[in-house]
Design a protein around this ligand. Structure first.
Ligand SMILES: [Zn+2]
Length: 347
C-alpha cells in the first residue's frame, strides 16, 4: 500500500512510497484511511525545521479520518465505523499526568506522537490504531470529521479557560481571537457555541476569512495589531498567530480577571523591547492569567467531535479550501492562501 513518508529532521525526503500493509496487533483496529489534514507542524516536518530524528522513514500525518475494516472482539467498534486516531501516546515511565490519561499534559517530554515523534502517522491507505486511542465520530459529519484533531486542541483550550475561570465568579462576554487560520476559526466557532460576543482579527483584507467570521455571527477586524480591534477590552483572548508583538499586546489588553490563551507556536530568536514592569503590573492588578496549551487527550477529542457535530456543516465544509488526491500530496505542503488542506487517501 502507499504511504506519505519522510525521514524526520531531513529536508527533501518527502515521498509517496510503497510500504507493507499494516497488521493489527491484539486490541487494535485495522482502518481504511479516508482523509488526512495537513497543518503547520507537517509543513515544518517536511522542511526539516522541526522533527525528532529517528532511524528511518516515518509515515507522516496526524489529522486523521478513517473507516474501520476490522475490530477486535469485545471492542466498542464495528466495521464501517468512522474513527479518528489520537495523536499522542503516554511516555513509557509514565509521569503522573500520563499515568492518569492526561498525556496532553506530559511532564517529562518523553511522550510519542503519531506522525510527529517516534511513531508512524496516519498518512497511509490503511493504518492500525489501538481501540483505546480511536474516537468514533458521527457518520453524519462524513469527511468533515478530519477536523476533529485540530478541533480537539481548541476543545482542550476551552476546557482549561473554563477551569481557570472557575477560580472565581466567571461570566465572560467578549472573546477576541487573533489569527483566522484553522485554529483561530475553530476557537471562534466554540466561542459562539458558548454564546459569546466574538471578535476575530487577521491580516487578510478580504476573501474567505472575513466571510467565515461573518458566517459565525462574529465580527472581523483587519489588521496585525490590536489597535485594529478598537478600544474595548475582551474578557478572553485566544492567540493563534504566535506573533511576539501581538502576544505582549494581548497580555495588556484584557478586561480585569482576563484570560489570555496562547496556542500559536513561534520560533525562538527574535528580540523585542518590552515593558516588563507594565506587563507584570497589568497582570497582577487585574488578576489576569496567561497560559499556553498544546495537544489534547481523549475527552478533548470527544468534546471536539460533539462541537463539530453541532456546527453548521456548510461552514465547516468551507474551512477545507483544498482537497488533493494522494498522488498530488506534494502540493499540500505548499504555503498558500489555503485555510485547511486535506489529502484524500481512498482511491
Ligand atoms: Zn508523561
Amino acid at each position: 500500500m502507499r504511504a506519505i513518508t519522510l525521514v524526520p529532521g531531513k529536508q527533501g525526503t518527502l515521498g509517496l512510497t510503497e510500504v507493507p500493509d499494516p497488521r493489527p496487533g491484539p486490541g487494535e483496529l485495522l482502518v481504511q484511511g479516508l482523509a488526512l489534514g495537513i497543518c503547520g507542524t507537517d509543513r515544518e516536518l517536511v522542511s526539516g525545521e522541526y522533527g525528532f530524528p529517528g532511524e528511518g522513514p516515518m509515515v507522516l500525518g496526524h489529522e486523521s479520518l478513517g473507516r474501520v475494516l476490522q475490530a477486535p472482539d469485545g471492542s466498542a467498534f464495528s466495521p464501517g465505523d468512522l474513527v479518528v486516531g489520537v495523536v499522542r501516546r503516554p511516555d513509557p515511565v509514565p509521569c503522573g499526568a500520563c499515568a492518569r490519561g492526561e498525556f496532553d499534559m506530559c511532564r517529562n517530554g518523553e511522550y510519542t506522537e503519531r506522525g510527529i515523534k517516534g511513531r508512524d502517522g496516519y498518512g497511509s491507505e490503511r493504518w492500525t490504531v489501538e481501540a483505546g486511542y480511536a474516537v468514533r465520530v458521527d457518520p453524519a459529519l462524513g469527511m468533515l470529521a478530519v477536523l476533529v484533531e485540530p478541533a480537539s486542541v481548541l476543545a482542550k483550550a476551552w476546557e482549561h479557560i473554563e477551569r481557570i475561570g472557575s477560580r472565581a465568579w466567571f461570566q465572560p462576554e467578549r472573546l477576541l481571537v487573533t489569527g483566522a487560520g484553522p485554529i483561530g476559526l475553530l476557537a471562534a466557532l466554540m466561542g459562539r457555541q458558548r454564546g459569546l460576543e466574538v471578535h476575530v482579527m487577521d491580516r487578510a483584507a478580504s476573501g474567505l476569512k472575513p466571510e467565515l467570521v461573518a458566517g459565525l455571527g462574529a465580527t472581523y477586524h483587519q489588521g496585525s495589531d490590536l489597535d485594529a480591534v478598537g478600544g474595548y477590552l475582551p474578557d478572553l483572548i485566544i492567540e493563534a498567530t504566535g506573533s511576539g508583538p501581538l502576544i505582549f499586546q494581548a497580555m495588556l489588553s484584557t478586561a480585569s480577571a482576563g484570560i489570555v490563551c496562547l496556542t500559536g507556536v513561534s520560533s525562538a530568536g527574535r528580540q523585542l523591547p518590552a515593558d516588563a514592569g507594565r506587563i507584570n503590573r497589568d497582570i497582577v492588578l487585574e488578576n489576569d492569567v496567561v497560559f499556553g496549551t498544546v495537544n489534547a487527550n481523549l475527552r478533548h477529542y470527544r468534546a471536539a467531535a460533539k462541537s463539530l457535530g453541532e456546527a453548521d456543516r456548510s461552514w465547516l465544509d468551507a474551512l477545507i479550501t483544498r482537497r488533493l488526491p494522494m498522488e498530488e500530496f506534494e502540493a499540500a505542503f505548499d504555503e498558500g492562501e489555503h485555510i485547511k488542506v486535506v489529502i484524500t487517501l481512498e482511491s
